[in-house]
Design a protein around this ligand. Structure first.
Ligand code: ADP
Length: 268
């Protein structure tokens, strides 16, 4: 049916994922039912890593699409391209995933325009099909196909939200920054630092998370803590590492930078 190289999307080695609650069992049940899943939570808290881990665990290929506001339905579904022999249809990532039976992960789907989002509708109900209108083909999703989206509830404006008719096609799993002990374990593992250093980084992040809505749009993510830890493990001083990985990316406001710098100095 298709000449797509399925193997390239297969995850060969286990992505490290530290479970936080019962999300692995919940996801496995959802996958068994081929239920579309929505992962909700702030940026950098482990949603993408979780999907990678689950795709590996289930032995299914994974196709990830980072969504943005310029994305059109054709970017997901496919389009005709011109080549020397004339026009040639090229499947988009969603179509490829539906054909080969991959898990298709649409990261930050709320960024995409609503007219783009609706193309997933017929794939996410009992039909499990994708009409390629321009090509005049109806793709029936492979039995292994599953759709997963991520969604940052704190981030979108009133202008940007998913329609109820889209939302109500998914089961939802809530993600958040893990509790201190677990997050420290993750930062130590991923960043190559000792537990004590990791815990200090987590405590700095927790201070910044308390400033969310009080001058900061978002607190420091687990991802940034991993960056800071990686710099420290390469011999950078903790102060410089925190400045580069935790403070500078987060805000341009000089007062807020001072406040965050003071939090860093409390621990290092
Ligand atoms: P998101 O998709 O939520 O924006 P990611 O999945 O990219 O975030 O997570 C950012 C980084 O944080 C990962 O690369 C990983 O190093 C780390 N991380 C966060 N949570 C976990 C977890 N539970 N287990 C393992 N690593 C994690």
């Amino acid at each position: 049916m298709t000449d797509i190289d399925r193997d390239q999307y297969q995850i060969k080695t286990e992505p490290y994922y530290r479970p936080v609650a019962d999300e692995i069992a919940m996801y496995e049940a959802a996958y068994a039912a081929r239920m579309p899943v929505m992962l909700k939570g702030p940026t950098g808290c482990g949603k993408s890593r979780f999907v990678e881990h689950m795709a590996w665990r289930l032995g299914k290929p994974l196709i990830t699409v980072a969504c943005n506001e310029d994305m059109t339905a054709s970017d997901l579904v496919g389009r005709f391209l011109l080549d020397i022999n004339g026009t040639k249809w090229q499947d988009g990532p969603l179509t490829v995933a539906a054909r080969i039976g991959a898990i298709c992960y649409l990261d930050e789907v709320v960024e995409a325009r609503q007219d783009t989002t609706v193309v997933i509708h017929p794939l996410t109900d009992h039909r499990r099909e994708l009409p390629l209108e321009k090509k005049g083909e109806l793709v029936h999703a492979h039995p292994d196909f599953q759709l997963v989206i991520s969604y940052n509830p704190g981030y979108q404006s009133l202008m940007k939200d998913l329609k109820q008719s889209t939302k109500q096609r998914f089961g939802g799993l809530d993600f958040d920054y893990p509790k201190t002990e677990v997050e420290s374990e993750i930062v130590a593992h991923e960043g190559g630092v000792d537990k004590e250093t990791a815990e200090k980084l987590v405590q700095i992040a927790q201070r910044s998370r308390n400033l969310k809505g009080h001058g900061l749009d978002e607190g420091m993510s687990t991802r940034l803590l991993v960056y800071a830890a990686q710099l420290i493990s390469k011999g950078i001083s903790p102060q410089d590492a925190c400045q580069m990985a935790l403070v500078t990316p987060l805000t341009d406001d000089p007062d807020m930078r001072d406040t965050l710098g003071a939090a860093v100095n409390t621990y290092f």
